[in-house]
Design a protein around this ligand. Sequence first.
Ligand code: HEM
Length: 224
Amino acid sequence: MASTLCTYLKTSVMKKQVMAVTGLLLCGFLVTHLIGNCLLYVGSDAFNAYAHALTSNKLIYVAEAILASIFLSHIGLAIRLTVENKKARPVGYYMSQMTGNGATFASRTMPYTGLMILIFLVLHLFNFKFGPVYMTTLDGVEVRDIYKTVVEYFQSPLNVLWYIVAMIALGIHLSHGFWSAFQSLGFSHPKYNCTLKLTSKLFAVVIAAGYIALPIYCYLMGGK
Ligand code: HEM
């Protein structure tokens, strides 16, 4: 039993399935993070109150550890599958989905858009989470003015441009990844494939456009 599980865990099919599940969980994170960030449109108090509620909750450490594990598993497996398949045969199970018949620009560039998202994420955490700390008062409670950190960052047109480029890469990655995740989990049927591909593209556009609108808004409004 244990050895069967061990063998299964080593197969590329299993790795693809774990990648699919972690990828879909990350899609869920992207949706909730975008909804939370939309409080930037409401104003500084709403955004700071939301960020404070999140960061002051003790469970945040558990949530962050889970999120980090999901990100690391997804990235680690993507690297392993790409390397293994390139070594084993020119067109393996994983690579055939990306480069075989029906390959698209999005499927062929998955490793590159993925790498770009990783670079984006490291810089993003550095600039915001571990970025400049300002303080403000909300109902008599001293909280971090993360709104000021974000808006200040987006006063630079170069930073806005970088976010637009990175979010386009994210959109391209999602447009293939979302659909591919369902394929890997066995949700594949000629009757539904077209709808699934369309849903994937729609999801990618909504997420990318949603994240692109925020820096542009911050830049144009200057935090007012
Ligand atoms: C305009 C776009 C975005 C804005 C304005 C934004 C804003 C923020 C802010 C303010 C924080 C720090 C929260 C805090 O420590 O209080 C944060 C954290 C984070 N962001 Fe973003 N974000 C954006 C896009 C993204 C994207 C596209 C991703 C993923 C690819 C992402 C992933 C994360 C992660 C993983 C954290 C750390 C969460 C934690 O430690 O709890 N963000 N973001």
